[in-house]
Design a protein around this ligand. Structure first.
Ligand SMILES: Cc1cc2nc3c(=O)[nH]c(=O)nc-3n(C[C@H](O)[C@H](O)[C@H](O)COP(=O)(O)OP(=O)(O)OC[C@H]3O[C@@H](n4cnc5c(N)ncnc54)[C@H](O)[C@@H]3O)c2cc1C
Length: 390
């Protein structure tokens, strides 16, 4: 429970927001209740909550809470009064998230500053880290961790029409990789597959991006997306499940949490637990691996990094080790974390990863006497289950 130290310096009429959770499904705290009471009614409320078995999660003076559900001016009376009966909302106020500053009809023309491979020798395929200069953008192209931008590739499609925009998850924090506040980076895999006739096909936009030379001008739209935003709560726990380029949003969260220059300047000090599950076919395909290893070494109490390398590791049944096998392996710890309403889960990568994760969560929940099909919509409603697959 977080109790603001400020409680001792307030008058008896000062209002406090008390957040508590009750058990609804199995042992999952599905309902979070927020109540506003005067200081002289706090102990009465604590007793009442205690007698119902509710767990007190935080006590914050109204006005000091990041997003108070009632303000001193709007609270009708200092009586203990339920204000909401909804699951914990994400603390980010979505209204101030930049969206669609640049649309496909009027894109921003950015300049490529960097384009390098993220893969090691022996890796499968091609994945590039690509950075664009945004300094000439007017209006500014601001974005937040978890958002995406659109890229319009040069050229025309088979019908002679200009190519359509494709979305890419942003891989840099809002400050950019160089902390200059005027770049955006992407992590792009070149799409390649064989068609029915056995011909090798390369994706239009991903190939365009992977081949870009520094100095090239590129049409950029966005930013878009509110699904994958991080909560503002510095004490939140963040479980991240990523495969391939699904690591892009996770990299932004993890840099925001643990990268030295970010911590020094971003005014946000992460104190929760972040746990990254990363799936890749080979060690050589792990993206940003050294960075994550070094954050884990430096912040062992706050960052955990679990890899599933399908072609090199075996699951308990002797098959290939996929990310869902790691989820099953750590089911107990994951579900203990989920019982805490401050825990948020993010899933990103190819759409094909979803059924496997769902199966693993179903089995893991069942092992704890819970029903994942009931839990998932509740978590989603509370913005605690966030998925972006493509
Ligand atoms: C929100 C969001 C975020 C994304 N983030 C990223 C990211 O961070 N990094 C990234 O690399 N990509 C990302 N993508 C995917 C990206 O938008 C493009 O879809 C991807 O790069 C392919 O585009 P393309 O132009 O290269 O392929 P296209 O030339 O458009 O070809 C794609 C088409 O090829 C066909 N196709 C694809 N695979 C096969 C197959 N195996 N067999 C037969 N046909 C096939 C399908 O018809 C498909 O629609 C994201 C997508 C979304 C929606």
């Amino acid at each position: 429970m977080r109790v603001s130290p400020a409680t001792t310096s307030h008058s008896t009429s000062t209002l406090f927001t008390v957040v508590s959770s009750g058990c609804q499904v199995g042992s999952m705290p599905a309902v979070v209740q927020t109540q506003t009471v005067a200081l002289n009614r706090l102990s009465e409320l604590f007793k009442r909550l205690g007698s119902t078995g509710a767990k007190i999660l935080s006590v914050t003076p109204v006005g000091e809470d990041l997003h108070p559900v009632a303000t001193a001016a709007s609270a009708p009376s200092p009586e203990a009064k339920p204000v909401t009966q909804t699951p914990t909302p994400k603390t980010k106020a979505h209204a101030d998230v930049p969206v669609n500053t640049y649309k496909p009809k009027n894109p921003f023309i950015g300049t490529v500053t960097d384009n390098y491979s993220l893969l090691k020798d022996g890796a499968i395929g091609r994945v590039q880290h690509i950075t664009f200069d945004l300094s000439d953008a007017d209006p500014e192209l601001n974005y937040l961790e978890g958002q995406s931008i659109g890229i319009i590739p040069e050229g025309e499609d088979a019908k002679g029409k200009p190519h359509k925009m494709r979305l890419y998850s942003i891989a840099s924090t809002r400050h950019g990789d160089d902390m200059g506040d005027n770049t955006v980076s992407l992590c792009v895999r070149q799409l390649e597959y064989k068609n029915e006739a056995g011909e090798q096909i390369y994706g239009v936009c991903s190939t365009y991006l992977c081949d870009l030379e520094p100095g090239t001008k590129v049409k950029i739209t966005g930013p878009v997306g509110k699904e994958m935003l991080l909560p503002d709560d510095e004490d939140a726990n963040i479980i991240m499940l990523a495969t391939g380029t699904g690591i892009a949003p996770m990299r932004t969260y993890i840099r925001r949490m643990f990268e030295n220059r970010e911590r020094e300047t971003n005014g946000w000090t992460f104190r929760g637990k972040a746990w990254l599950f990363m799936g890749a076919p080979k060690t050589a395909n792990l993206l940003y691996d050294e960075d994550f290893n070094s954050y884990q070494e430096k912040y062992p109490d706050n960052f955990r990094y679990t890899k599933a390398i399908s072609r090199e590791q075996q699951n308990t049944k002797g098959g290939r080790m996929y990310i869902q096998d790691r989820v099953l392996e750590h089911a107990d710890e994951i579900f203990s974390m989920i019982e805490n309403p401050k825990t948020y889960i993010y899933l990103c990568g190819l759409r094909g990863m979803e059924p496997g994760i769902d199966e693993a969560m179903t089995a893991a929940a069942a092992a704890k006497g819970m029903d994942w099909s009931e839990m998932r919509p509740q978590l989603k409603k509370a913005h605690r289950w966030n998925v972006e697959t493509y």
